[in-house]
Design a protein around this ligand. Structure first.
Ligand SMILES: NC(=O)c1ccc[n+]([C@@H]2O[C@H](COP(=O)([O-])OP(=O)(O)OC[C@H]3O[C@@H](n4cnc5c(N)ncnc54)[C@H](O)[C@@H]3O)[C@@H](O)[C@H]2O)c1
Length: 246
């Protein structure tokens, strides 16, 4: 089954890989990102299969525009991927009010806007909503308490929406990536005192002995959005090379 999907944070990393996977599978994609330049570059190879919406997902109107464009340009909305997110590798004592508010606005409040604005169209298509949370939504990690808290909230938002929307036939799931080789991760590792050592320590800490590629996360999202997953709702699916099995 191919349809129309909205993907947020689609200019880079996991979101860009999701957009590419959906286009490859024959879907039309409304790709959303605050980085207008990178978004145009990411969408260029997709031609008419993608439409770019530049904007910040922490603003309600960005989410409204994305859903409206899906329906107006492609006639329907079958799936939504709430992927845009930001990291904050800081201890609680070092975190400012503004940093806390920004993290909650992008990692959680944006999902609230996206879910509200997509609800009616998804009910019409009996579609699905997938949230990119994190393994840190399932198990905690050191040095990022606010990030971890937002990802725990994202997992629970997916489960709660799954229950509320099940009578309308809308499926809602969370995907919980382990450590994925994306610009977000590279920025984080590059800021550490010995990036090369940190990179190989990250790899060795994974049971599969390596990091995930963005395409491996996108494959799980595409599966959850497809008819093959028609009885799967309310799950938080780790795609983490075995990390949370330990
Ligand atoms: N990389 C990892 O190891 C990892 C692990 C677990 C979960 N995640 C989650 O996956 C998601 C994607 O992460 P990534 O590693 O691909 O990140 P990334 O930084 O490489 O890419 C994120 C994209 O989202 C966009 N974006 C960020 N804030 C935005 C906003 N307010 N409005 C619109 N666009 C915005 C960025 O411009 C960028 O294009 C995030 O929610 C992240 O928390 C990542």
């Amino acid at each position: 089954m191919a349809g129309t999907v909205v993907v947020t944070g689609a200019a880079k990393g996991i979101g860009a890989a999701c957009a590419a996977a959906f286009v490859d599978a024959g879907w039309s994609v409304v790709a959303v990102d605050r980085d207008a330049h990178a978004l145009e570059a990411a969408c260029a190879p997709f031609g008419n299969a993608a439409f770019a919406v530049a904007g910040d997902v922490s603003e309600r109107r960005t989410n409204d525009t994305a859903v409206r464009q899906a329906v107006e340009r492609f006639g329907r909305l079958d799936a939504v991927v709430g992927n845009a997110g930001v990291n904050l590798p800081k201890l609680i004592d070092d975190t400012s009010d503004a940093e806390f508010d920004r993290l909650v606005a992008v990692n959680i409040k944006a999902l609230f806007y996206l879910a509200q604005t997509a609800h009616r169209a998804l009910a019409g298509s009996r579609g699905c909503f997938t949230i990119i949370a994190s393994k840190t939504g399932l198990v905690a990690q050191r040095n990022s308490p606010v990030y971890v808290a937002t990802k725990g909230a994202a997992v629970q938002l997916a489960r709660a929406l799954a229950l509320d929307w099940a009578p309308e036939g809308i499926r809602v799931n969370a995907v919980c990536p382990g450590i994925v080789d994306t610009p977000m991760l590279r920025e984080f590792v590059d800021a550490l005192p010995n990036p090369e050592r940190a990179w190989s320590e990250h790899e060795l800490a994974q049971p599969l002995g390596r990091l995930a590629t963005p395409a491996e996360i996108a494959a799980a999202v595409l599966f959850l959005s497809s008819a093959a997953a028609s009885f799967i709702t309310g799950v938080a699916l780790p795609v983490d090379g075995g990390f949370t099995a330990e």
